[in-house]
Design a protein around this ligand. Sequence first.
Ligand code: SAM
Length: 288
Amino acid sequence: MAFLGTPTKTAEIINRYHFTFRKKFGQNFLVDANMLDKIIASAQLTKDDCVLEIGPGIGTMTQYLAEQAGHVVVVEIDTDLIPILEDTLSDYDNVNIINNDILKVDLNALVEEYNQGRPIKVVANLPYYITTPIIMGLLEKHVPVESITIMVQKEVAERMQVGPGTKDYGALSLAVQYYARPEVVVTVPPECFMPRPNVASAVIRLSLYQTPPVVANHPAKMFQIIRASFNQRRKTLANGLSNDPSLFLNREQVTKALNNMGLSETIRGEALTLEQFARLSDLLFTVE
Ligand code: SAM
């Protein structure tokens, strides 16, 4: 099967199969060979790797992955794309096609089945409507993953990289930076896709840490605090945390912890670093 990463080739496949793009599935297919080369190079694949591709579309990037990695597992929600993938990937015996919603797949079980539980690499041009749940799912469910190389909205890539004091800083920034080292590889203009999206995109690579860069005695509690802080962004931390019914904290406890850390009672969550959130959660929650 010929290489698909051009507008002409992609249009040919679309027409041959009478495929209709579904906006609700975030279908914007890559049609730029240069960009595909850059993404694949940044994923740093070897024949020892097992790759998970989320949303393969018509299999354009999958062909590159199958050439470079030992094994590729793709998960595609759109049933209409399955016969197309079976055709475009028919030359490769190292690809498994799964027709399912990625958010319903037990990824720990998938890694066990296809890579005996050893860390996989995730490479994807993500459907933008579910970028955050996909990333949070991979990180928070502790799926064995070595790196995640993904195309996302440019603005989301920025959110993953920023620190305190910026408007984009939030729960996603902190979760990503606790689990991984983020690095934007390249920004991608709408012309690289068919159909063209309304927003600019970026490829970001997350290299997962073996040990997190900060120590929190109870990471789940720390993330509960982080979520509560950013749910009530305009409130002070003392108000936000003591108002959150899931935390069972009173204002006095929060104020005392903040004082202990040398922080003002009127500080907002968006001013705290990851390290400070870890310390705050250790002060507020004694570990059982
Ligand atoms: N990888 C292809 C490419 O780069 O040309 C397609 C990328 S397109 C941005 C996103 C793909 O994800 C589409 O094929 C879409 O059908 C698929 N998709 C959308 N929601 C999904 C979900 N919940 N689970 C699995 N795949 C999904």
